[in-house]
Write a protein that binds this ligand. Sequence first.
Ligand code: ADP
Ligand code: ASP
Ligand code: MG
Length: 407
Amino acid sequence: MSRIVMKFGGTSVANLDRIRAVAKRIKRETDAGNQVAVVVSAMAGTTDQLIRWVEEASPLHDAREYDAVVSSGEQVTAGLLALVLQNMGISARSWLGWQVPFRTNTVHGSARIEDIDTTRMIERLEDDIVCVMAGFQGISGDNRITTLGRGGSDTSAVALAAALNADRCDIYTDVEGVYTADPRIVSAARKLDKITYEEMLEMASLGAKVLQTRSVIMAMNHGVRVQVLSSFTDKAGTLVVDEDEIVEKQVVSGIAYAKEEAKITLVGVENTPGIAGEIFGPLAKGNINVDMIIQNISEDGKQTDLTFTVPENDVDKAAAILKATGHVKYAKLMSDRDVVKISVIGVGMRSHAGVAARMFETLAAKGINIQVISTSEIKISVLIRAEYYELAVRALHTTFGLDTDQE
Ligand code: ADP
Ligand code: ASP
Ligand code: MG
C-alpha cells in the first residue's frame, strides 16, 4: 500500500466528462489499496476569466480581494470531483486551503507556503477517504485567502506530498510528460523519460510552464518523487530525478522560451560608482524581479547604457520606480515588450564547451539578432524579437540533436 498525491490541471478537469475520467483514474489507485490525496486546478480557462473580471472591476485592485475571487475556481472542481467520486461509491470529501490548513505568508497573488498541518487529512486517508484538495490556495496569518501564483496547483500538490510523506506525487496534465521543448511549438519534440531536478528547475523558471518553478524547488528540497504524465493516455510520463539516476547525459536536454518578458533600457546613465545599486536596489524593494542585465560604458567612461529585463507585467511599475528615484540621472528610458527569452538547458554543459557558440551561430544563420545574453552553469539564455521565437526554438532543437527523427 502506498500513499500518493495525484494532481490534475485545468484541461484535465475542463468539464464533467473530464472530471469523470479523472475519477476513474483515482479509482484505479484506490482499488490497488492506495491512500489517495488529490489536488485539483480550476477548470481550463476559469482562472483567466476570474482575473479578467477582477481587472474589469478594479484595475488597481486590492490583492486580498483578487485572491478571494481567483481562488474560487479550484473550489468548484474540488467539490464536483468529490461528488463524482461519491457517486462511484468511493468515500471522498473536498478540502479548501483553509480547511487543511495550508498556511502561507501574506504576499497575496504569489504567497509562499509556510506550514501545512496534515493531522486531520491523514486521519481521513487512513479511513480510506479520498481527500480532494483545492490547489493554488492557502490561508494567511491574518485569516485571508491567499493564492500561490499562476500554475500554483503544482506547488500545492508537491507541498502536500511532502507534508503527507507521500510515496509519489503524480502531476497529470494535457501532454505526456516533460519534452525537450514545448510540444505545441516543436512537433519534433521528444518526451524525456527522466529529467534532473536541476534541469527541470531551469526549464520551469525559463518558461516551460509544465511545472510551476516553486513546485520543482519544493520537490528538490524535500526529495519528493514527482512524475509528470497525461490524464488523457496511459503512457509512461517523465520522472524528475537526482542527477546520478540519469545514465546517458545529454549536453543539451531542452529548449525553453518565455514570452512574458520585457526589456528596459536606460540611455546615458551617469557612470559613477554605486549607480547599479541605486537602480536595482529600489526595483528589488518594489518586488520586481530583474533578470538579464547588460551594461555598455561609453568610450570616455562618463556614461553608460543599461539594459535589463523584467516581467512584462512589471514594466510600468519599474519605470515609475526609476522615475521616482531622483538621484539616478539618465537621458532616456525605453521599454520594449516585443521580446522573447530563448534558453538552452542541460547539465552536460558543465563539462562541454562550445554550446553558446553553436547557439549563436544557429540564430545567426536564421538572421535572428540577439539583444541580451545571460548564462549560468547549465543554461544559456538570449533575448530576441518576439516574432522569431518559434523559428529560434525549432532551429535550436535541431542543432542540438533533439528532434525525434535525430535519435
Ligand atoms: P496544467 O493545466 O495541467 O497545469 P499547463 O498548461 O500549466 O497544464 O502545463 C502544460 C503545458 O505546458 C503543455 O500543454 C505544454 O504546452 C506546456 N509546455 C511548455 N514547455 C513544455 C515542455 N518542455 N514539456 C511539456 N510541456 C511543456
Ligand atoms: N488555476 C490556477 C492557474 O490557472 C492554478 C493552476 O492551474 O495551477 O494559474
Ligand atoms: Mg499548470
